[in-house]
Design a protein around this ligand. Structure first.
Ligand SMILES: *Cc1c(COP(=O)(O)O)cnc(C)c1O
Length: 384
């Protein structure tokens, strides 16, 4: 359905989707097939082999393009497989400017996989866009931004980066996993590629691992599709179905994540054992104005540090919660708690980690959609 003039909730439910042409099924069927019968050589219905194109994945890719206000979508077996495809557009000698405070796995693929193929990565804080511009040279081909950043909740001005990228003929890719397209649409702000770990809010139910890219321009999209088909890191039809279903309630879930997140962030700020609370909704957050401009709300991801900055204290809190679950990942309906220094960010060297603010006592919350009072009571008993 053409939803290009519709609002978000309508796009989430109908964008890019048609009833199944064979049966009229309102839900996109799980086309669990590897191949498609041809009537004669080269005479097929658009589908030849499921690595290249599968109807369930195709529906999801079109739906993702609709909700991100892009033109093309491509889905992969994980968020990292999606990042892998973006970096494979580059050649040895090309340079990437990446935010320094990013998902640990993104750092690991850049440093331990792609550096050895001669791609050069610069890691810098991006809260001040001038720090990015200072690193641009003739070899710079890609700016990699993540906002809000993980786990420090820094905010990067996407429009300012897009201006630098455009002026210097560089691609801008934004990892939009934390914000989701319901809160932030990087393509509208000038980005060329939006990346998602669909494992998180898009799937939303902690039951699937998937990555996605959404592109604006045909040329970039064709290159991504060539890599998707050539390297083959695609996602399967069952997982595509699950994420399609997840997206239908994305706006409802994220509204509640935001409400609960705001209540918990304000509550944490008042607790005597808590040192700093990192959440872009606070007026004293260094880039609160940018967050207000480019996001529609502030999300359900919160980090906080403990007074005294002792690792044992953080370990005690994450061990004592009962309703929050100690686990990696985020963005599901259930609340999760994590300790970045020993979990998601263990692959980043200690000095690098501390430079970006990931201290020993830092705790990260993925606030779910349970009752906020129950979540606060659980944190209260764990902090005590
Ligand atoms: C989880 C995550 C990724 C990696 O995605 P996977 O699906 O786990 O491969 C990348 N970026 C961010 C911000 C994430 O949270």
């Amino acid at each position: 359905m053409d939803t290009s003039k519709s609002k978000f909730a309508t796009k989430a439910i109908h964008g890019g989707l048609e009833p199944d042409p064979a049966t009229g099924a309102i839900m996109t069927p799980i086309y669990q097939t590897s191949t498609y019968i041809q009537d004669g050589v080269g005479n097929h219905k658009g589908y030849e082999y499921s690595r290249t194109l599968n109807p369930t994945r195709d529906a999801l890719e079109k739906n993702l393009a609709a909700i991100e206000n892009g033109n093309y979508g491509a889905c992969f077996g994980s968020g990292l497989a999606a990042i892998d495809a973006v970096i494979k557009m580059l050649n040895p000698g090309d340079e990437v400017i990446s935010t320094n405070d990013l998902y640990g796995g993104s750092y690991r693929i850049f440093k331990t996989i792609f550096e050895k193929y001669g791609i050069v990565f610069h890691f810098t804080p991006m809260a001040n866009p001038a720090d990015v511009e200072a690193l641009v040279n003739d070899n710079t081909k890609l700016i990699w931004a993540e906002t809000p950043t993980n786990p420090m909740m820094n905010i990067i001005d996407i429009e300012a980066l897009a201006a630098i990228a455009k002026k210097n003929n560089i691609l801008l890719a934004v990892d939009n996993t934390f914000a989701t397209p319901y809160l932030q649409r990087p393509i509208d702000l000038g980005a060329d590629i939006v990346m998602h770990s669909a494992t998180k809010y898009l799937g939303g139910h902690s039951d699937v691992v998937m990555g996605a890219l959404i592109m604006k321009d045909e040329e970039v999209a064709n290159e991504i599709y060539r890599i998707q088909n050539s390297s083959g890191g695609v996602t399967g039809p069952m997982d595509s179905f699950l994420v399609l279903r997840g997206i239908k309630t994305l706006h409802l879930r994220v509204q509640r994540h935001c409400e609960n997140g705001a209540k918990i962030a304000h509550w944490l700020k008042e607790q005597p054992s808590v040192d700093k609370v990192f959440w872009p909704g606070f007026e004293d957050h260094p880039n609160h104005d940018v967050a207000k401009r480019q996001m529609d709300d502030f999300g359900g991801m919160i980090s906080f540090s403990m007074k005294g900055n002792k690792m044992e204290d953080a370990h005690r809190v994450v061990a004592n919660v009962k309703l929050f679950s100690l686990a990696e990942s985020l963005g599901g309906v259930e609340s999760l708690i994590g300790h970045p220094a020993t979990m998601t960010h263990a692959s980043i060297p200690k000095e690098e980690r501390e430079k970006s603010g990931v201290s020993d006592s830092l705790i990260r919350l993925s606030v779910g959609v349970e009752d906020a009072d129950d979540l606060i009571a659980d944190l209260a008993q764990a902090l005590a």
